[in-house]
Design a protein around this ligand. Sequence first.
Ligand SMILES: [Zn+2]
Length: 266
Amino acid sequence: MKAKRNKQVKKILGFYENNFGFRLPYQVLVDGTFCYAALQNQIHIADNLPRYLQGEILLFTTSCVIIEMEKFGSKVIGALLILKQFGVHKCGHEKKAIPGAECLLSMLGKRNERHYILATQDKDLENKVRQIPGAALLYLHSKTPILEKPSMASVSFAKEKVAGIGTIQSGELKKLKEAHGIVEENLKKPRKKKIKGPNPLSCMKKKGKKNKQNLKANSETTELPQKEKPKKKKIRYSKHIKDEIKQGNLVVVKEEAQKISSEKHG
Ligand SMILES: [Zn+2]
């Protein structure tokens, strides 16, 4: 359970580190309600929170928060003593104190640019903090500190930031392509041809079959001239010459035929 919780806390802190620039030591801004709940549940803030956040922390409050707590009197004296142990951030209300929650919201500003983790048990304040992108929220669930998952405001702000970087990168890529004379359409066309073309593997198989057939055909054709050649070599004699051969007068006939042909040409 503890390992799972640590992993989850690291993931949340990682989100704030990557998207909003949170760094160690984490600055935890504490209000009176958180100190009060910690005392009730016997939680030692300065010991417990660094362990929970798995890193060094700095604990702060403001003079407005202290002044507000002092107004509650002896009921919250223990919580006030804890609060006074923490550093006091200048809030700009030193001349005239304002309600603690308002002061803390002014410390966070519109973007929580000082990267505070706000520790409070004040539900109204929590709801207002959730509207601020990059504001981390910590509260106690009985004895267990809970670092709340990033609010919708934080998540959507981070997404927009990433999307913004994406469009800039694609824009720069287009410019680079144009600079090098690469037209996107030209790049796409050969890809389409590749897709439309037949599967090279299927071609291989077909060719293989064809090759076998061709080989057979070739073997047949190579045999044919061998058969034809002797035929061509054979001298075809007309019937009367064949009769002469049978009679054994072949040589005479040949000479006579040559004579006849020479006489005709001569
Ligand atoms: Zn103040």
